[in-house]
Design a binder for this molecule. Structure first.
Ligand code: SF4
Length: 412
């Protein structure tokens, strides 16, 4: 995410590419398996490392046909130039990109297009499924993932604050059912397995079966914003089927979704599946990420609720009651995102309290991640894709004020 000039929140300035600061020969971005194998093959054969898809390199001249981005020095010096640079970077991910940096060029090669079969082959590798032996003490995050399975990569949302689409792409690449079930069986027979597979999912679990009728070849920034694309087929049933078959394996007593679902897609696709989800595949708490309730803030985030948050809360609680289970929704929310003012936070608190009956703690203060659309908006105070000026809560006081709307102890 630091492959080109990028805004760094901790330094509060635009930094040059990490290629220069690290003096690396090559940078691998995205998930990297193909790149690493190709780099190893070329090194073994004594070949150069130029032109590998999914990598960034330094060159004296840009390759023929490369799309030239505004130079790094301009992007560092001037907010408007940074905004222009960002727009071109964002809209041309499918092309070879080059940015002048001193006497050289930073060159990004577009990502490789991975197939489902390749993803199966990656997951069939003999992973230890343990923290690296370097760690002698218990690794706190390990308990969360020890019994979870990755079913797919990619996220169709393309939310402005998130880096997943820049790492994994918007296109959903999914593992075959056989591959996931094989791993589930391996997990179920492993020492210490307690009978509970805690997740079968990806960036949003219920995107597992999503396909695009146009084979994911288009220039939209999101498949869901501003409206759901007519070419998108969600196919929630295939993910639910995967969960059900995981539950049938010997030794598995529970197979639940731990990572969270995109609830509005779930309801837009097949709401009749909610009963099955609530009865069999939620372990007391279902995570969702509305992020905000203000239409203005959601527009800056490139996120729109495609189904009412309150309606979903009602539907989920009813489905849980029918299943005889007392279950909760855990909504993930965000303060301080560009476009968000104190009034938006107060309004969100009211709506969330009314919908869920409690004020959640899962409110994160927005931190701009390098090279995301939101970081460009935060830095420049304008949306690079529309040119619109955007309010940004920037000072510690403003940011703390927004965050405290949810976190400070209150009587209500
Ligand atoms: S055509 Fe629609 S579904 Fe396909 S990638 Fe583009 S926006 Fe997404």
């Amino acid at each position: 995410m630091r492959r080109f000039a990028h805004y760094d929140f901790w330094d509060d300035r635009v930094r040059r590419s990490i290629m220069l600061d690290s003096r690396a020969d090559i940078l691998v971005y995205g998930m990297g398996e193909r790149q690493i194998v190709e780099i190893a093959r070329r090194l073994d054969a004594g070949e150069g490392l130029s032109g590998i898809p999914g990598t960034v390199e330094l060159r004296r001249e840009p390759p023929a046909g490369a799309h030239l981005l505004p130079p790094e020095a301009e992007a560092i010096r001037d907010r408007r130039a940074y905004s222009r640079f960002y727009r071109e970077f964002h809209q041309n991910q499918h092309r070879v990109l080059a940015q002048e940096s001193g006497k050289r060029f930073i060159v990004q090669h577009p990502p490789p297009r991975m197939s489902g079969e390749e993803l199966d082959a990656v997951h069939a590798l003999p992973f230890a499924r343990l923290p690296h032996p370097f760690y002698t003490d218990e690794v706190p995050g390990f308990a969360t993932v020890r019994a979870s399975l990755v079913s797919h990569r990619g996220c169709v949302s393309g939310c402005a604050f998130c880096s997943i689409a820049l790492h994994q792409g918007r296109r959903i690449v999914r593992r075959s059912e056989g591959s996931v079930l094989e791993e589930a069986a391996l997990l179920a027979s492993s020492k210490g397995f307690g009978g509970h597979i805690t997740d079968v999912g990806g960036p949003s679990a219920n995107m597992y079966g999503a396909v695009c009728a146009a084979d994911w070849r288009c220039s939209r920034e999101s498949c869901l914003y501003p409206e759901i694309c007519p070419n998108l087929r969600i196919n929630t049933a295939s993910w639910m089927g995967l969960l059900a078959r995981t539950l049938e394996l010997p030794g598995v007593r529970h197979a639940t979704v731990g990572s969270g679902i995109r609830y509005d897609l779930f309801m837009r696709d097949d709401p009749s599946l909610l009963d099955r989800l609530a009865r069999h595949h939620v372990s007391g708490r279902l995570k969702i990420a509305p992020e905000h309730t203000s239409a203005g803030v959601l527009d800056v985030m490139r996120k729109r609720h495609l189904y009412g948050m309150e309606d979903f809360a009602d539907a989920f609680h009813s489905a849980s009651s029918r299943a005889g289970r007392r279950q909760f929704i855990v909504p993930y929310l965000m303060s301080c995102h560009p476009g968000c003012r104190m009034g938006d936070m107060r309004e969100m608190r009211k709506r969330v309290l009314a919908a869920f009956g409690f004020v959640p703690e899962q409110v994160q203060a927005f931190i701009p991640l390098p090279l995301t659309l939101s970081s460009a908006i935060y830095h420049t105070g304008m949306d690079p894709l529309t040119g619109e000026e955007i309010f940004v809560a920037r000072t510690d006081q403003e940011r703390r004020g927004q965050h405290d709307v949810f976190h400070k102890k209150r009587n209500s």
